[in-house]
Design a protein around this ligand. Structure first.
Ligand SMILES: Cc1cc2nc3c(=O)[nH]c(=O)nc-3n(C[C@H](O)[C@H](O)[C@H](O)COP(=O)(O)OP(=O)(O)OC[C@H]3O[C@@H](n4cnc5c(N)ncnc54)[C@H](O)[C@@H]3O)c2cc1C
Length: 247
């Protein structure tokens, strides 16, 4: 159901392209049969059905900006023993038809008109809805001061790394801080540990403006730890929005 109670129908879409983004995350570009407009931060449900009728459904955030387009990008992380993510990584091919419904989600949304300043915090594929927000901000040429703190095990596990570094170099109002947990980061401005309140405090100084919205996305454990850290760093709980991927 949508916010206003309308039922969202399932539709078939075709996998137009697949891109290996990191060792464990692939992007899937899906051509919709019934194009929709979404808000950055929303997700779709994906339903896989086997020939014997068994079906599995999971949610995946939309990585694309909310421009009118018949194609959306999903970025799916392969989880050890994961049912649906393993299907996407090992079986799904270009030209395959997939059932989806959406757009869904009414709370984890890039605000329009834009906020004064935003802090985005993610781990791994938790970046996906935040990337839609970052891309949306670029498409609308918004100068909203925005900082992204992104946790990844190694540099090669940083999703959309090239795009994020390019935005950082071209946009003085965008701050990128990586928290690399299993190797020494190459840049002095990045951190060699998990995200904690000290990292959040430091990045808030670099943002030069108090955020009016904070978005946190990742596994349950990650969201809990980061939310505690954000509160310790002095952020107001009423401005913190979270999206939990499970686990
Ligand atoms: C709103 C929403 C948006 C999401 N967007 C994305 C997205 O953009 N990209 C993406 O890769 N995933 C996303 N997810 C997670 C996704 O829906 C699935 O949960 C994930 O792909 C695992 O499904 P699976 O069938 O592969 O694993 P399952 O077979 O369901 O689970 C396998 C094992 O992994 C554990 N597990 C499940 N989820 C996680 C997790 N996130 N972290 C750690 N362990 C976990 C389970 O407890 C289980 O032990 C989103 C979830 C939600 C609720």
């Amino acid at each position: 159901m949508t916010e206003n109670g309308a039922r969202i129908q399932w539709q078939l879409c075709v996998i137009d392209a697949i891109v290996q983004q990191t060792p464990s995350i692939k992007s899937f570009f899906l051509r919709l049969s019934e194009p929709f407009a979404h808000i950055a931060g929303q997700h779709v449900d994906v339903r896989l059905t086997a020939p014997d009728g068994y079906s599995a459904m999971r949610s995946y955030s939309i990585a694309s900006a909310s421009v009118a387009s018949a194609t959306i990008e999903l970025a799916i992380e392969r989880l050890p023993d994961g049912e649906v993510s393993a299907y996407f990584h090992d079986v799904a091919s270009i030209g395959d038809e997939i059932e989806i419904r959406g757009p869904l989600g009414g709370h984890f949304l890039w605000p329009e008109p834009a906020v004064d300043a935003a802090l985005l915090i993610a781990a791994g594929s938790g970046l996906v809805p935040l990337m839609a927000m970052i891309r949306q901000r670029r498409v609308l040429a918004q100068a909203v001061p925005t900082a992204l703190i992104l946790s990844a095990r190694t540099a090669e596990d940083v999703l959309f790394s090239e795009e994020l570094h390019s935005i950082e170099s071209n946009d003085p109002a965008f701050v990128l801080a990586l928290a690399i947990t299993r190797e020494r980061p190459a840049r002095k401005s990045d951190f060699a540990r998990r995200i904690d309140s000290a990292i959040i405090r430091e990045v808030l100084i670099r943002l030069h403006r108090a955020p009016t919205q904070v978005f946190v996305c990742g596994s349950n454990g990650f969201v809990n730890i980061v939310t505690d850290g954000a509160l310790l760093a002095g952020l107001d709980p009423t401005i913190i929005k979270t999206e939990r991927y499970g686990g």
